[in-house]
Ligand binder design. Structure first.
Ligand code: SAM
Length: 268
């Protein structure tokens, strides 16, 4: 082959963008690259202004002589570093939700339970530039945080946030995907059924099994098909030469996921 492809994408930091300053797996900071910006860490102070014009992945030396790395943040870095006043959906579950619902560029998504806006942010990043997320949240204090988080991710323009109890109706018709992450998801099956386009996919995030039982019974009663519930268990590996083994510590439980598709009965 011998074909050398060099991407023309921007590969360096600009004033005003975010950088992930990385010391080690546990110590990493999502910071804005700005004139006069300083990051104070126990490993010393890092001059953030010096990053302007430097390539992604470059090293930084702190005032105490420690080496840190300046990385271009991934979506996961943004999602896990935003303010989180509520329980949020974790990366392992986010990935499956995307595959099972088929959310992609152009999708119209209706969501109940914006919370901190973590799942909202991931979806907004996927549906752009022509898709949109309509997200409903009952509590104004959480909506305020979600708005701030989405602004930080640069994705607010792809999201309409509404302060409203989703039980009162979802105000969106013909959505491709419905997302429900509230304590009583069964009570929202009807509004979602009215909001989804035929064959649209509903995904629910539920921390407990009794929520799943009640939700599935209601989904079946309302004519949804392909109803399935699952839990993803993720175990990390400690990879070292001749000593690789599973991590001793792991997250035991995040949430159960339920997926279902809306059907219609056509008149004969
Ligand atoms: C677990 S949080 C959602 C977290 C979100 N998925 C994330 O990743 O950041 C659940 C949210 O649902 C909201 N909520 C509960 N019942 C609701 C309802 N009927 N209508 C709108 N929001 C509701 C709560 O106020 C809470 O903020």
């Amino acid at each position: 082959m011998g074909l050398l492809v060099v991407s023309s994408k921007k590969r360096g930091f600009e004033e005003g963008e975010y950088a992930l300053v990385y010391l080690d797996k546990k110590r990493r900071w999502l910071v804005k690259v700005a004139k006069g910006g300083k990051l104070h860490t126990h490993a010393g102070i890092v001059d953030l202004a010096s990053l302007v014009g430097r390539p992604y992945g470059c090293s930084l030396e702190s005032t105490l002589g420690n080496r840190l790395w300046a990385l271009k943040p991934t979506m996961e870095d943004f999602l896990m570093k935003v303010e989180r006043p509520t329980q949020v959906v974790y990366p392992k579950d986010l990935g499956l939700i995307v595959v099972k619902t088929g959310i992609s560029s152009g999708s119209i998504v209706v969501e109940a339970g914006t919370g901190s806006g973590v799942l909202t942010g991931l979806m907004a990043n996927l549906v752009r530039p022509d898709g949109h997320i309509y997200s409903f949240e009952a509590r104004p204090e959480f909506l305020k945080v979600a708005k701030k988080n989405l602004e930080k991710m640069g994705l607010l323009q792809y999201v309409t946030l509404a302060e409203k109890d989703a039980k009162e109706g979802l105000d969106v018709k013909d959505a491709d995907v419905g997302i429900v992450d509230v304590g009583d998801p069964w009570s929202l099956v009807k509004p979602f059924s009215e909001s989804l386009a035929p064959s649209g996919v509903l995904a629910a995030v539920s921390p407990t099994m009794n929520q799943v039982e009640k939700l599935v019974a209601e989904l079946l009663a309302q004519g949804f098909v392909d109803v399935e519930s699952m839990e993803l268990i993720l175990r990390g590996l400690e990879a070292r030469p001749n000593m690789t083994r599973p991590s001793m510590m792991m997250v035991g439980h995040t949430a159960y996921l339920t997926f279902a598709r809306k059907t219609i009965l056509e008149k004969e």
